[in-house]
Design a protein around this ligand. Structure first.
Ligand code: FES
Ligand SMILES: [Fe+2]
Length: 399
């Protein structure tokens, strides 16, 4: 069921989707203290393993130093050469490829070749910046500032569920991908918040919008969720459901037949069914570009046996391919929306089924205008239609 009884007026203006000034303000007001998923810990389980990624223009490497995972700025303190250039790898030492300076877990230099060239060298002044790094299950998150909430505070009431869905024994990483989105970050975020576009954009994968009878929306202070039962009308969906049930039975897992989709403001999504979980993160790059980072976890068998392990792995790869296909299907629509926001003279309109977009936009509006709570915001529509919160999975009543 939806909460809103009326259509809703958007909280943001067309210029909010392409203005360089608004983008700069968003970096400060929305992203400075939020968490960004950067990879999985299981990919760097041995000392010397590392991964690297650009996080909102900041090059970061996460390295295993004798079992301790540390996030550092991937820029040498000598003359700013990148320390590692691959997205993932292994090295005996963290050593700059230009003049060979070496660094330790604390970001301070270790060996400096021909060190007599640097008399009275201050090791604290020339050290790598370290970033907060925390884990939820297998997923690693970094933050660009020491200020702000812990990861658990940021994920709020979703934290415990996510931890189980991102890690063994129940789930195992199956695939990951980065996709360039030719659009402001809010465009893919908003496309992820409604099922209304499914018949036009995803006819071969999702197929049909479950509509109000098959949808339940829940809202909290820092996110929203959508729960549906997977009773899809198309033959292909029913066939897939039958296969999934059979497979889960073979793996020793009870099938609930639920689909859940969570949004943690501003830009993190988690989808969950009995056999998979998907992390989808929309990273802003410029006023008109963003990157989709996705990690797909497959269900691990509850019973022993190498055949079960193989089949669970193959199913994880197959459903991972489907998840990424769905993300790709949205790609062609983004530039059309982006150009529309430049030409538009006023905002559009949200249908009742798009109320999660309204809630997201109200969050952005409040952050950008320094309004602390929903009740203080100039958002009469949301106050009138404030949906019930969903404090925990068990209390959501998603049956
Ligand atoms: S730039 Fe890294 S050692 Fe010179
Ligand atoms: Fe879509």
């Amino acid at each position: 069921m939806y909460h809103s009884e009326t259509s809703l007026k958007p909280r943001l203006q067309p210029k909010d989707y392409h203005s360089a000034e608004v983008f700069a303000d968003e970096r400060r007001a929305i992203f400075a203290e939020s968490w960004h998923p950067i990879g999985v810990a299981s990919a760097i389980r041995n000392s010397g393993d590392y991964l690297s990624a650009d996080v909102m223009g900041v090059p970061i490497l996460v390295r295993n130093f004798d079992g301790e995972l540390i996030a550092l700025r991937n820029v040498c303190a000598h003359r700013q050469c990148s320390l590692v250039s691959k997205a993932a790898g292994k090295s005996e030492k963290l050593k700059c490829p230009y003049h060979g300076w070496e660094y330790g877990a604390d970001g301070r230099t270790r060996k400096i070749p021909a060190a007599t060239n640097f008399p009275q060298f201050d090791r604290d002044e020339y050290r790598l910046d370290r970033f907060p790094l925390e884990q939820c299950g297998d997923m690693l998150f970094v933050k660009l500032s020491a200020e702000g909430p812990t990861l658990q505070e940021w994920l709020g009431e979703y934290y415990d569920s996510f931890r189980g869905w991102f890690s063994e024994p129940d789930f195992r990483i199956a695939a990951s991908r980065r996709i360039s989105y030719p659009a402001n970050w809010k465009i893919p975020v908003e496309a992820s918040l409604e099922s209304y576009h499914i018949p036009e954009v995803h006819p071969m994968t999702f197929g049909e919008d479950p509509g109000e009878p098959g949808s339940d929306h829940f809202f909290t202070d820092h996110g929203s969720s959508f729960h549906a039962t997977l009773a899809a009308p198309r033959f292909i969906d029913r066939a897939l459901r039958v296969w999934e049930r059979l497979l889960l039975g073979f793996l020793g897992i009870e099938s609930q037949g639920h689909y859940r989709h969570y949004h943690v403001y501003p830009n993190l999504f988690v989808s969950y069914t009995d056999s998979l979980s998907l992390v989808h993160f929309v990273m802003p790059v410029s006023p008109t570009e963003s990157v989709g980072c996705a990690w797909h976890f497959g269900r691990a068998p509850a019973k022993r046996g190498w055949i079960r392990k193989k089949i669970a792995g193959a199913w994880g790869k197959f459903t991972g391919g489907l998840s990424f296909q769905v993300l790709n299907e949205d790609l062609h629509i983004y530039p059309k929306i982006q150009s529309g926001t430049v030409a538009a003279t006023k905002p559009g309109l949200f249908g009742r089924c798009e109320e999660r977009l309204y809630s997201f936009q109200d969050f952005v509006y409040r952050k950008m205008n320094n309004v602390d709570s929903v009740t203080e915001s100039a958002a009469p529509e949301l106050q009138d239609q404030q949906p019930a919160s969903c404090p925990s999975d068990s209390e959501c009543g998603d049956d």
